[in-house]
Design a protein around this ligand. Structure first.
Ligand code: ADP
Ligand code: MG
Length: 895
């Protein structure tokens, strides 16, 4: 019978594995917005997002509401790693009955204790009492917290039941009580429960503690979770401490099969039957009771205390945790056990003493095992969500059973290690309870608030208001009109170049076309087959040697013809005479679809005798020299136009082209009657806006921050392409780098240490923004990027870096949207519509690969141009397919 009882109290390892799995599932449930309300493991957000870094300093007041006491503490931190804070304590006993009386009386009493404590502590130094005193409030009850200093009480527990507090913000209640005591310089900055306080107590510089367990009357655990997983709080960056409130684990029945009849009895006799099942198996409030019921049952089975009176055991609470601990601590012999049992009024035999000891050991041993299982669940969860192969973590420990049961630590370590072999926990005993931790939370909150003010000062100029964006939209509209006007075109910063493309595809285009793509990353020749079934193409990349790029124009165009001939041979296209579209990504003044004067070379080209010449003519002359008759150049195409045309083939509503890659530009279909720079009023024409130069006349000067100015000054074309320099891939990384340098100087980042590598121009690539801003990216990967730049980033650095990137990319997307808003609104007005439906064909790696750019663009556009219904279509190979389609549409129109 004894063996059976002991067996029922010991849980096999496989069962613990399953339990750990359930705990992890419940944790996820508690964090998810949808399932949070039903979750048994509540996973309450605490709004504590940082652990101390050791620089905190100053005086902090803590008040802690305990089971039967109020503890007041004054903590002085010296910014020395928090190794040796000065602490002054005073403890007040709670008056009889106050825990069940009116809430107001309780809070008034707490404030009176504070007042008395302050008078005594500061009596010698009256000046000090004038200084603002931040206060941390340790309130060990289940609360719904919505800010660090806002927590609504959900339910009382532990014998408390004061009226008028449930559903109220306990910080406000405390602050009003404090104000009544005329302690207005005392400011409640943070509220937390004791578990969180313990975690913070155990955190010091160089030894961050990210988990804490309190194994006491109740049982609870908290840990630093990835903030984006805490869906019940809005914070998405970094980490947040989550208070698991795991005491209710099993209330949905998952622990039923390990619940013993003794546990059932304890539960039935408790004030909240059916609730807090896990806590009732592990908390010290209950362990004595479990032993008592086990002994009653074993006596009935005549396994102990045969023939003696055990009436004393019938009384609830006679067998306390203190008894249990004394009995299990007795390693050699049973003399003390006998004395304890006799003091209780029992008459144990020698054998009874041994058996009682076995039962006690089984009960506390089980508590330790279950704590280990819960801990293992948390460690594995942290390891998984941080995307790590192994996790090393410090666990702050506090509580009666942890301190009083010598084998607790050993069981906790060995069982959690068996259940989560990938995790390595180091236990840190909390020496000063939760008071010091509460002071640290308060100190960290103040440090972060000060830092936040400075960060906002740096980033403020990059954050655009709705009014700012409306102004950009209006300016863009104004510049567009100027660019279109015959007399104003010359001075407009947006050049609004006519492209002589007058139609978008209608889907009836057919035939085979050649396309050239010069001026992108590669020089390519393509053949595009436009058939009833769709478009397919083949292409070849050719190299243009540097000596040809920088040689004569004749040599360059001869080389291009050679490549075309080679391509036609390879593709078996020698017999045909194919129309050719030429994507030529250099600034040109176009005077016809097949006539464009080169304004200037860029991107490393400098072939002589080309600037000012018609590029199409140069190509035709080369074909003549080479006696190549297999092609006919019909159109010269800007890549923006190619993008619009390529998308227009799939979506007839596509009448805008947008590029956000190395640079940025846009084109759209304008009414001919509005195009003052080309003769004729009939029909429409695609206008290549060249919007990258928007602002070059100074109209955007009010937007440029000091960072933008530095970036502009260090480019090869200072003062030019000012709009582009706020938006496109070539510049965003560099803007971020400038901000990082300033923030480091201001000691806001990297502990003020600037790595030489970070001082290198363009070292911070725009693709880093894409990685860093990925939602849910483990911060470890941000640190990996920074390590490449030889920066040792803390966790908080990574969070701030992400914010910087987000600010820069958001501004880029919003400005792009403001530009587009001007375009779509103009198109809507042109057509006299209340509501315009239009599609934008888009190309560019920044748009395609950045995780938030396209969403931010879409949202801002919707906001700025509510009467336009704009869709976006990604272009595939706009410069190849688009050029061919321009040729195709031109032939269709000609026929
Ligand atoms: P181009 O505009 O020259 O035709 P792309 O559209 O490919 O070329 O754009 C290249 C630009 O995209 C580069 O300047 C680079 O800064 C940026 N870029 C490259 N990879 C990424 C990425 N993963 N996320 C955001 N931007 C990127
Ligand atoms: Mg491109």
């Amino acid at each position: 019978q004894i063996q059976r009882a002991l067996r029922s109290l010991s849980i096999p390892l496989e069962r613990l594995h399953i339990m750990k799995g359930h705990m992890m599932q419940d944790m996820c449930k508690g964090l998810s917005r949808q399932t949070h309300a039903q979750a048994k493991v509540r996973m309450l957000p605490t709004y504590i997002c940082s652990i101390p870094n050791g620089t905190e300093n100053g005086n902090f007041l803590v008040v802690e509401l305990c089971q039967s006491q109020i503890r007041t503490v004054l903590v002085t931190l010296y910014g020395d790693g928090n190794m040796s804070p000065r602490m002054v304590y005073k403890i007040f006993d709670l008056p009889e009955g106050i825990a069940q009386g009116e809430g107001e009386a309780l809070f008034d009493f707490i404030a009176q204790c504070l007042s008395q404590f302050l008078t005594e502590t500061f009596s010698s130094d009256t000046n000090k009492s004038e200084e603002r005193l931040p206060l941390g409030f340790v309130f060990p009850f289940s609360c719904r917290q919505t800010q660090l200093d806002k927590a609504e009480l959900l339910t009382w527990s532990k014998g408390f039941s004061c009226s008028g507090v449930v559903g109220k913000d306990v910080v406000q209640l405390l602050q009003s009580a404090i104000n009544k005591q005329e302690l207005c310089h005392v400011d409640v900055v943070a509220v937390m429960n004791d578990t969180v306080g313990t975690m913070m107590t155990c955190s010091t510089e160089g030894r961050p503690c990210e988990v804490a367990m309190v194994a006491d009357k109740g049982s609870n655990c908290c840990f630093m979770a990835e903030a984006y997983l805490v869906e019940t709080a809005d914070e998405t960056s970094g980490r947040m401490c989550v208070n698991t409130e795991w005491g209710c684990f099993g209330d949905d029945g998952t622990l039923n099969d390990v619940f013993t009849p003794y546990d059932e009895c304890v539960d039935v006799e408790s004030s909240n039957p059916g609730e807090k099942r896990f806590e009732k198996m592990v908390g010290t409030l209950y362990l004595g009771e479990i032993v008592r019921h086990a002994l009653i049952a074993l006596t009935a089975e005549k396994a102990v205390f045969t023939g003696t009176d055990i009436a004393v055991l019938k009384e609830k609470g006679v067998f306390t945790m203190q008894h249990v601990l004394e009995i299990v601590r007795n390693e050699d012999g049973t003399t003390d056990v006998k004395r304890i049992l006799e003091d209780l009024g029992l008459q144990p035999s020698e054998r009874d003493c041994g058996r009682v000891q076995q039962v006690c050991r089984a009960v506390v041993g089980r508590s330790a095992t279950l704590h280990a299982t819960g801990l293992a669940a948390i460690l594995s969860y942290m390891c998984q969500t941080r995307d790590m192969e192994t996790l090393m973590v410090n666990v702050g420990m506090e509580g009666e059973i942890y301190k009083g049961y010598p084998r607790f630590e050993e069981i906790l370590m060995s069982v959690s290690r068996l259940l989560s072999p990938e995790c390595m926990a180091t236990l840190l005993p909390s020496r000063d309870g939760s008071g010091r931790g509460a002071a640290m939370v308060t100190a960290v909150a103040l440090r972060l608030a000060a830092q936040r003010r400075e960060v906002n000062e740096v980033l403020g100029p990059l954050r655009l208001s709705r009014a700012d964006l409306e102004k950009v939209q209006a300016l863009m509209r104004q510049e567009m009109e100027q660019g279109l006007g015959k007399d104003t075109n010359a001075t407009a910063s947006v050049r609004m170049l006519p492209t002589y493309v007058t139609h978008t595809p209608d889907g009836t285009e057919r035939g085979d076309f050649l396309a050239l793509d010069l001026g992108g990353t590669n020089f390519r020749v393509l053949v595009v087959h436009v058939t009833e079934e769709g478009i397919n193409m083949a292409s070849e990349i050719y190299v243009i040697p540097a000596d040809i790029m920088q040689g004569t124009g004749e040599a360059l165009f001869d080389h291009i013809i050679d490549c075309i001939v080679d391509f036609q041979m390879k593709q078996n296209l020698v017999k045909d005479m194919l129309p050719l579209g030429f994507t030529f990504s250099f600034p040109c003044k176009q005077v016809g679809l097949d006539k464009a004067l080169l304004l200037t070379w860029t991107k490393g080209f400098s072939a002589s005798g080309c600037v000012g010449q018609d590029v199409v003519q140069l190509l035709r002359e080369a074909a003549r020299r080479k006696q190549h008759l297999g092609m006919q150049v019909v159109a010269l195409v800007n890549d923006t136009v190619g993008t619009m045309m390529a998308c227009g083939y799939d979506d007839p509503k596509c009448e805008i082209g947008l590029i956000v890659g190395t640079g940025t530009n846009a084109c759209y279909m304008e009414e001919m009657k509005n195009v003052g720079t080309v003769q004729g009023d009939e029909g429409r024409m695609c206008i290549n806006m060249e919007w990258g130069a928007f602002g070059d006349n100074g109209c955007l000067d009010h937007l440029f921050t000091s960072f933008d100015k530095v970036v502009d000054e260090t480019t090869i074309n200072p003062g030019k392409q000012r709009f582009e320099k706020l938006i496109s891939g070539m510049y965003l990384g560099e803007i971020v780098r400038q901000i990082l340098m300033v923030m480091t100087e201001k000691q806001l980042l990297f502990q003020g240490k600037l790595s030489p590598k970070l001082q290198t121009r363009n070292i911070f690539q725009t693709k880093f923004l894409s990685t860093i801003e990925l939602n849910g990216l483990p911060l470890r990967q941000i640190r990996a990027i920074l390590n490449e730049l030889e920066i040792d980033a803390s966790f908080e650095d990574s969070v701030l870096l992400r914010e910087v990137c987000q600010t820069v990319s958001l501004r880029a997307a919003q400005l792009c949207a403001a530009g587009l808003a001007a375009v779509v609104e103009k198109m809507r007005e042109n057509q006299g519509l209340d509501q315009l439906s239009v599609t934008v064909g888009v190309d560019g790696t920044l748009y395609k690969l950045h995780p938030c750019f396209s969403d931010n663009l879409r949202k801002t556009l919707k906001d700025l141009a509510p009467n336009c219904n704009v869709s976006f279509l990604l272009s595939e190979d706009g410069s190849g397919k688009g050029a061919a389609l321009v040729a195709a549409v031109a032939s269709r129109a000609a026929n």
